[in-house]
Every structure is written in structure tokens, then in C-alpha cells.
Design a protein around this ligand. Structure first.
Ligand code: MG
Length: 394
């Protein structure tokens, strides 16, 4: 058995690197609102550790490896995919959670599940699928990846004898449901109740949300430069980048190539995390937050300082203008839209082209079934499926 001297034990208990100590406003395992299907507790793992393990063993999680973040999977082996993005989000979210004494296990499970519902081809794919669903069902709910993530973990995964889906805890599911329209909230019941009563999510969910942005803003700089679509000169228009770049070049005037970008973005990530933790601590004190209930009632507490929020917004705007709307990325998005739309339409018109499990008799069921089938595709599967159906001779 591990034995600590009293001084070591005291250090462990007070250090911000101690994973076990949870603040009074953190989400606690023993206060969980439980799972849809009740299950005996696990002697070896906490509720949220178990959620995390179920997510990493799911099919939807493995599919993330072949789904686009910004660059389509086959454009290069070194670009981020949804999977590596997800791992970066989890790592950043855990670092923040530990500093704030939040529940790291919960943060990790929300982060690992946060993009499970993404379609192939990133946001272009999602927009195309949403347009398709709305065309066939104008009064329906459309397609939204958060909602689809919840559908995957609640229903679509097939792993357990006792229940469909992964049967995750209420807290992980609530964290996955980042946005939700009033219309959707009304049909979803208690998991979406906060959207009707205007309450905030747990701090763990708030942290994961911001960690997502920290991860993609920085890795998109890295991937953008790697792809040649943006360059160092352009990036120096961005205050947050320029500040860190200048410090790096002053310290290492002879630094060359990729190490400049990597050294600059790692410092940017660090600055953003430190700023977020400091501002959130201030907010927690200012709003006298003592419990999880206080978190639900308060405004959003996890945020950057006003100054940093402006710099972060400037970086987002830069990436939108120069990377996400770059004509080469736009061409990829255009092709993605065509593939998704063609597949959706052909399956709706000729359901017998679908694998038998997805063929449905009623139009409503068919729309949902085609949505599930298309949303579940990886980039390369969608391309292959499109070729198989539309290229005569394949
Ligand atoms: Mg994400």
C-alpha cells in the first residue's frame, strides 16, 4: 500500500494537481441523477469514469478518426481529424477542471462524446444534412449534431444486452446537449429542462464548451499553416498570435520552420487556459457560488476576461475569413454538400438501395432512418457509397 508522510499528504490535499478534491460547486458522482435504465454501481469505477469507458468503446467514437475537422481525411495524414480534435479538447478541459477542482471524470466523458453526432465532412456536411431533412419535413426538427450525439448515446449504439445505446449518466448526457431549441426541449423531457427554465449547465459542461474552442482555434492555425492556406505573415494581423509570436522570436531569434508555429500555439493555449481559470475563479467568487444549484441559477461562469474574449473573437474571425472560407476549403465543402444531398435524395426516392435494417415503410420513419445512416458515415465511406451508387461501372 502507498504510504505518504504527513507533509506529503498535506501537499497532495492542497495541491491544485490533486485530482480527487472536488469543490462544493463541482458535480459529484454520489449525487448523480442516474441512468435511463438503472444499473448496479461499478465497484471499480465512478459513474463518470464508466461513462467515459463506454464512450471510448463505442462505434461512433472510432468513426471520429475518419471524419473531417476542417480538412477531409484523405487530404493528408497529419491534419486533425474529429478524433484527434476530441482528444485535444479532453486534455484541455481536464487541465482546466483540475485547476478549478471540478469533476475531471465528468469533463472527460463530456469532451470525448461532444462530437459523436457529427456528420461526415464537418460543418458543410451538417448544413447539407439539415437542409435535406428540412426539405422532406419542413415542420420537423431538422438535423443538429448535438441532438444527434444524444441520439447516438441514448439509442443508436448497439453494445449492451440490457438496453439500447450506452445508457450514460444524466450529467454526461446533459453536458452533450450543448444547444437545444425550445421545440426540441419540449419533446426531450428532463434532460433538456434547463433550456425551458433558462438555467445554466454544470461547470464541467461549461468548461468543455470553452475547451472545444481553445482546441480548434489553435489546431486550425497549425493545420492551416501546414496546408499552406494561411501563412505567418497573415497570422501576425491577429493580436493574440502576434503577442506570442513576438515573444517566441525574441527568445529564439534563429528558430525556423514548424517549430515557430508549434511554440507559438502552445503558448497561446497556455495563456487562454490560465486566463479562463483566473476569470472563472473571479466569477465564482463574485456570484458567491457555493453549490451546483447556484451554478444552474447564475449566469455563465466559465469565460475569458473581457480583454481576452476580444482577442479570441478576433482570432475566430481571422480563421473564418482566411481559412474556413478559403476557396480550397469551400470547394471541399461544395463537394461534401453534393455527396450528402445526392445520397439523401436517392435513399428517399429509392429506399431499397439502403441496407435492409434502414429500409422503412412510413415517410417519417424513412427520413429519420436515412438521416441516421448518412450522419453515421465517415468521409471516405460517404465518398465510396456515392461512387457505388452514381458511378456507372463501379
Ligand atoms: Mg468539437
Amino acid at each position: 500500500m502507498l504510504r505518504f508522510k504527513p507533509i506529503e499528504m498535506a501537499m497532495l490535499m492542497t495541491s491544485s494537481f490533486c485530482a480527487q478534491y472536488h469543490a462544493s460547486y463541482a458535480t459529484k458522482e454520489d449525487e448523480t441523477r442516474g441512468r435511463i435504465h438503472s444499473e448496479p454501481s461499478d465497484p471499480a469505477r465512478s459513474v463518470f469514469q464508466r461513462d467515459r469507458d463506454r464512450i471510448t468503446h463505442s462505434t461512433a467514437f472510432r468513426r471520429l478518426e475518419y471524419k473531417t475537422q476542417v480538412f477531409v481525411n484523405h487530404e493528408g495524414d497529419l491534419f486533425r481529424t474529429r478524433l484527434t480534435h476530441t482528444l485535444e479538447v479532453a486534455q484541455i478541459a481536464r487541465a482546466i477542471a483540475r485547476q478549478l477542482h471540478l469533476n475531471e471524470d465528468l469533463v472527460e466523458s463530456i469532451a470525448l462524446a461532444h462530437d459523436l453526432g457529427h456528420t461526415p465532412f464537418g460543418h458543410a456536411g451538417q448544413d447539407a444534412l439539415n437542409d435535406c431533412v428540412k426539405r422532406y419535413d419542413p415542420d420537423g426538427f431538422g438535423f443538429e449534431h448535438n441532438m444527434h450525439s444524444l441520439r447516438i448515446v441514448d439509442l443508436l449504439e448497439e453494445r449492451y444486452a440490457e438496453f439500447p445505446g450506452l445508457n450514460l449518466s444524466f450529467e454526461t448526457r446533459a453536458g452533450i446537449l450543448k444547444h437545444c431549441s425550445r421545440k426540441n426541449a419540449l419533446r426531450l423531457g428532463d434532460i433538456a429542462e434547463r433550456f425551458l427554465s433558462n438555467k445554466r449547465p454544470s461547470l464541467e459542461a461549461q468548461v468543455t464548451n470553452l475547451a472545444d474552442g481553445i482546441a480548434y482555434n489553435n489546431h486550425d492555425i497549425d493545420d492551416g499553416v501546414r496546408s499552406g492556406l494561411i501563412n505567418l505573415e497573415q497570422l501576425q494581423e491577429v493580436v493574440l498570435f502576434k503577442e506570442h509570436f513576438d515573444v517566441v522570436m525574441a527568445e529564439y531569434p534563429n528558430l525556423k520552420g514548424r517549430r515557430i508555429i508549434s511554440e507559438t500555439t502552445r503558448r497561446m493555449i497556455n495563456t487562454l487556459i490560465v486566463n479562463l481559470v483566473e476569470q472563472t475563479r473571479k466569477n465564482i467568487i463574485a456570484h458567491d457560488i457555493k453549490s451546483l444549484e447556484d451554478v444552474y441559477e447564475a449566469p455563465v461562469l466559465v469565460e475569458f476576461s473581457p480583454d481576452m474574449a476580444l482577442k479570441e473573437a478576433e482570432l475566430r474571425k481571422f480563421l473564418l475569413t482566411n481559412l474556413y472560407r478559403h476557396y480550397k476549403v469551400w470547394r471541399m465543402a461544395f463537394k461534401a454538400q453534393k455527396i450528402i444531398t445526392d445520397l439523401f435524395d436517392v435513399f428517399m426516392e429509392e429506399p431499397r438501395l439502403l441496407p435492409p435494417d434502414y429500409q422503412k415503410l412510413s415517410t417519417d420513419e424513412l427520413i429519420l432512418s436515412v438521416t441516421d445512416y448518412v450522419a453515421g458515415m465517415t468521409d471516405r465511406f460517404a465518398i465510396k457509397e456515392h461512387k457505388k451508387i452514381f458511378n456507372v461501372g463501379n
